[in-house]
Design a protein around this ligand. Structure first.
Ligand code: CP
Length: 309
């Protein structure tokens, strides 16, 4: 292991230092350059096996981890949970122990239960990478978001970053809050009071419930989808009302700073939290975020496997 990074796992952003986060972003920058060469593959993880264990749906994260591992020359196994023995009642622990018995070196896990990756990390020798655990953390999403902001703005420190939408149920919001505040950004959380409770102020964020205040001074606006799959009750009267009150439409976009970045972790719900034209406009970096996710995940897999550049 190198002197800055001493972890075999990436479980969350909360437990990382600002130095460790910056180290991951710098390592990702080096891997982004590798991805721009004609031969994009490096032998760093040759002989290692990565298992993608996604027990919740994913398009971006699962594909990105698979491609990142292949670019590093690892062998990749994707577990299709609906076709796995989890549906026959096997526990997560037994599934993981069986993957270890097959000599998996890295397990990338997405699970609806907060803490599932931490649980596996307690007894497995393999590196455990959190690809999203319930409403708790999505560390690689926050890293790729920060990487994208840093590419465009040259820094994180001192920026005004607004995260707008369903904060309460969002692991993306929590990981972004930890990361951005550790690196010195001013974070504003905005949305309906039912989804953006004042308790988030204790994490060093400004909480506002009107969109005009939230977007007016923002250097970055990160929009979040409503997480219907995690909400156990109706948090606002209707989708139409949410869009009217908090959707980023053309009128509101016209009142943002002329260089404010528009971000979204995906999947986007066009016409709900963001107008379709704004999602596709030249200030939107939504697809760049996806591209940068590959370099970030290469960096995470590399350093958690003990790699040094
Ligand atoms: N942003 C994100 O986690 O997307 P997926 O659910 O498609 O992986």
């Amino acid at each position: 292991m190198n002197t800055t990074w001493r972890h075999k796992d990436l479980l969350g952003i909360q437990e990382l230092t600002a130095e460790e986060i910056t180290f991951l972003l710098d390592t990702a920058a080096a891997f982004k350059q590798v991805g721009e060469r004609s031969i994009k593959k490096v032998p760093s993880l040759r002989g290692k096996t990565l298992v993608n264990l996604f027990i919740e749906p994913s398009t971006r994260t699962r594909t990105s981890f698979e491609l990142a591992a292949k670019r590093l020359s690892a062998d990749v196994i994707n577990i299709n949970t609906t076709a796995s023995s989890l549906v026959k009642g096997e526990t997560l622990k037994d599934t993981a122990l069986n993957l270890q018995a097959l000599n998996a070196d890295i397990i990338v896990i997405r699970h609806s239960a907060a803490g599932a990756p931490h649980f596996l990390a307690r007894f497995l020798k393999a590196s455990i990478i959190n690809a999203g655990d319930g409403a708790h953390e999505h560390p690689t999403q926050a890293l790729l978001d920060a990487f994208t902001i840093r590419e465009h703005k040259g820094r994180i420190d001192g920026l005004n970053v607004t995260i707008l939408g369903d904060i309460l149920y969002s692991r993306v919001a929590r990981s972004n809050i930890w990361l951005l505040t550790k690196l010195g950004a001013r974070v504003t959380l905005a949305g309906p009071s039912t989804l953006v409770p004042r308790v988030f102020e204790q994490f060093g964020c400004r909480v506002v419930h009107d969109i005009e205040t939230a977007i007016g001074d923002a250097d970055v606006i990160n929009l979040l989808r409503i997480q219907h799959e995690r909400q156990r009750k109706t948090m606002f009267p209707s989708i139409g009302e949410y869009t009217a009150m908090f959707g980023l439409n053309k009128d509101r976009f016209a009142r943002t700073k002329p260089d404010a970045l528009i971000m979204h972790p995906g999947p986007i719900n066009r016409g709900v939290e963001i107008d379709s034209e704004i999602a596709d406009c030249d200030r939107s970096v939504i697809l760049e975020q996806v591209t940068n996710g590959l370099a970030v995940r290469m960096a995470v897999l590399f350093v958690c496997s003990g790699g040094q550049l």
